[in-house]
Write a protein that binds this ligand. Structure first.
Ligand code: SF4
Length: 694
């Protein structure tokens, strides 16, 4: 601060990292950002922050940023820097040529959970209204798409049920497949405070996470399950609750579909789901499952918090349904201190899903086959919309390899590094005639691009993010876009180069269109957000002040649905060649594939992804702490250093995926969730052996 000068003014905006959605004051001197100070008025963080939001914004001015558009005829040629108009003419010319030759569905878009609601809305509108296809998908495909499916099926809408404040009323937190200390640090602090005040804790995770070490906490249980067996453990917990008569029969009778409850209760009573029956396959002692189930059912207020360790499985959607079943059978929905709470990894995962990024859903989770919903957008956009769902990301890549899909516009997402089975992703991208990457940096995906459109950071644009508690927070421009245009403007320019006549002059006009077409956002305006600070959707005439807690008097779909959750083993099996199971996660100082955090001072804290391995598994392989090891699966191999720790169980290894030199997804498979195609990142059969290094 002394070097740069004392701040002259501050602008309140929202962190662009995780789904907690912390509010910050961006303190400015002239056009220079001096520092980010957590804002006490922020409802999600109340003046707190983590190292990422506080210190990791330097990527905005990093020398690696690309500030001018670039094009090239083919990916073996060098990039040619051009003006915006030439780049847009080149991109639109190629896309039009592809569609003329191969049909309107030969192109598509990928939206980003890193961008604002308004930007995401415009990208899916570009696909539907300008390209004329439902080929729009989101990077949420690879994280929380099973949440979208599971919660829509059971409760009627795809969203967490609570606000973060609610944790202060909980008596027991069941944390499954999440490591809030590293992934959602500010929320983790609130949860720890509650644990120190006496709340109980159940952790269902292959790894012993830091929450279990909270000082002065009350009773806790760790269920260190074998990766891939979430459904078996949760259904066994349900078995205990049903067979021991621990259900909330009044809640079930009043709030749930009783025919489906009867069917589910019969299913779950099966001795196949007794804890003793699943102990061998899950690796969790039956007695621990029984104790945890009894504690969850007995708690006056029990809340479930979950992360990607739930969703990124071949049974990700089934696991979300199993979680919803547990909450409904114990009446833990619709009041303070309870609920089902997906912890969203990226800042705007909730928003990107809300805004209609999925190929089967228009904004507000309305299916494209819904004539009434389609008519609303056809009238607003002046087009005819396709009632058939489009392609998901993996299907786009499959179609590209087979020659039917030829062009893609990717905003703010590095699919080559973040999506599974890297070789298949690169084959799909290499087969396309027009790959448009719209991003801050020349990422790995850009190696296969024909057009590079420079992106803008959250500091350079206005808009909104929606956090994990459905809270719509303002993002405010604190500096002019270094590339000349905010991302929403670039999308508008591409749409107009394709022949559209869009004329938005500010994101507030996009939000007005969202509000006019999407019932849950009907009363949301920038004026309201400026006055209130934030609001949680639904926000409309039925809930003019927003909705901190959902499903209070009834589920969005009417009666809650119990759905059978039969355990189906993943196709990914261990054997003599690949005897260990790999699972993945994050570290506090880095974020996703590290494109931003690696370009800040945070990069000095954790410079590499490492492989955690149990002392027994290390010893039999002759591996010592810090040794280089080769990590190999049926899909590929990589090299990284070993950390020997009993945080992981024997037979399980763990790594993070922040660094491109490691490329953890080289080893992950193309297995995916049966309902949504969300990749099964969390279960890969691997072998580990000593290596000489990369
Ligand atoms: Fe808050 Fe998450 Fe940003 Fe950290 S990364 S400051 S917890 S929003």
């Amino acid at each position: 601060v002394e070097e740069i000068g004392t701040p002259e003014r501050s602008i309140v905006t929202t962190c662009a990292y995780c789904g907690v959605g912390c509010s910050f004051e961006a303190q400015m001197r002239g056009d220079t950002l001096v520092r980010m100070v957590p804002w006490k008025g922020g409802e999600a963080n109340r003046g707190h922050s983590c190292v990422k939001g506080r210190f990791a914004w330097g990527y905005a001015t990093h020398q690696d940023r690309i500030l001018n558009p670039m094009i090239r005829d083919s990916i073996d040629q060098p990039w040619r820097e051009v003006g915006w108009q030439e780049a847009l003419d080149f991109a639109s010319g190629r896309l039009k040529g592809i569609q003329a030759k191969h049909g309107k569905d030969s192109v598509g878009v990928i939206t980003s959970s890193r961008c604002t609601n308004e930007e995401t809305y415009l990208v899916q509108k570009l696909a539907r209204a300008v390209f004329g296809t439902n080929n729009t998908d989101t990077c949420a495909r690879v994280c929380h798409s099973p949440t979208g499916y599971g919660l829509k099926q059971t409760f009627g809408t795809s969203a967490g049920t609570q606000n973060f404040d609610s944790v202060e009323q909980t008596d027991l937190a069941l944390v499954i497949g999440a490591n809030p200390t590293d992934g959602h640090p500010v929320f983790a602090s609130r949860l720890r405070k509650r644990l120190r005040a006496g709340a109980k804790l159940i952790v269902v995770d292959p790894r012993r996470i830091d929450l279990l070490e909270t000082p002065h906490m009350g009773d806790s249980w760790h269920l260190p399950l074998r990766p891939g067996t979430n459904v078996a453990v949760l259904t066994a917990m349900a078995h205990v609750i049903v067979t021991e008569g621990l259900t909330d029969d009044t809640f079930i009778a009043e709030r749930c579909d009783l025919d489906e409850w009867a069917d589910y209760a019969e299913f779950v009573r099966s001795p196949d789901y007794a804890p003793e029956a699943v102990e061998a396959l899950t690796g969790v002692p039956a007695a621990t499952i029984r104790e945890a189930a009894r504690a969850y059912a007995a708690a006056p207020n029990a809340a479930i918090y979950y992360g990607l360790g739930v969703t990124e499985h071949s049974q990700g959607s089934t696991t979300v349904i199993a979680i919803a079943n547990l909450a409904m059978m114990t009446g833990n929905i619709g009041r303070e201190g309870v609920g089902v709470n997906p912890l969203r990894g990226q800042n705007n995962v909730q928003g990107s899903c809300d805004m209609g990024s999925f190929p089967h859903e228009l904004p507000g989770y309305r299916h494209v086959s819904d004539d009434t919903a389609r008519a609303i957008f056809e009238k607003a956009w002046g087009v005819t919309l396709d009632p058939e769902p489009g392609l998901r990301i993996p299907n786009m890549l499959d179609a590209a390899v087979s020659g039917a899909f030829k062009g893609i516009y990717i905003q703010g997402e590095d699919i080559l590094q973040s999506d599974p089975d890297t070789r298949h992703v690169s084959a799909g991208l290499a087969a396309m005639d027009c790959v448009i990457v719209h991003d801050l940096f020349l990422n790995e995906t850009a190696n296969y691009a024909h057009v590079f459109l420079p992106g803008s950071t959250f500091l350079e644009k206005d808009g909104t993010f929606t956090n994990a508690e459905r809270r719509i927070n303002m993002v405010r421009r604190v500096m002019a876009p270094k590339n000349g245009y905010a991302d929403w403007e670039v999308t508008q320019m591409l749409a107009n180069a394709m022949g559209a006549g869009w004329a938005y002059t500010h994101p507030r006009e996009v939000m007005a269109e969202i509000a006019a077409t999407t019932p849950g956002f009907a009363n949301v305006t920038y004026e309201m957000l400026d006055a209130r600070g934030s609001v949680q959707w639904p926000c409309n005439d039925d809930a003019p002040d927003g909705s901190p807690i959902m499903h209070i008097d009834g589920f969005v779909r009417g009666k809650g649905r119990f759905i059978r959750t039969a355990y189906v083993p993943t196709d990914e099996r261990t054997g003599p060649r690949f005897p260990l199971l790999l699972t993945t996660g994050r570290i506090l100082s880095q974020y996703n594939v590290g494109a931003q955090t690696r370009r800040t001072a945070n990069s000095v804290w954790h410079e590499e992804d490492r492989l955690e391995i149990h002392p027994h598994d290390a010893e039999v392989r002759g591996i010592k702490d810090d040794d280089w090891v080769r990590l190999a699966s049926r899909a590929g191999e990589t090299t990284l250093r070993a950390t020997i720790t009993d945080r992981v169980s024997p037979g399980v290894v763990y790594t993070t995926f922040h660094h491109p030199n490691t490329q953890a997804n080289v080893v992950t498979t193309d297995n995916s969730d049966w309902a949504t195609n969300c990749p099964e990142y969390k279960v890969t059969a691997v072998q580990v052996g000593l290596s000489n290094g990369p």
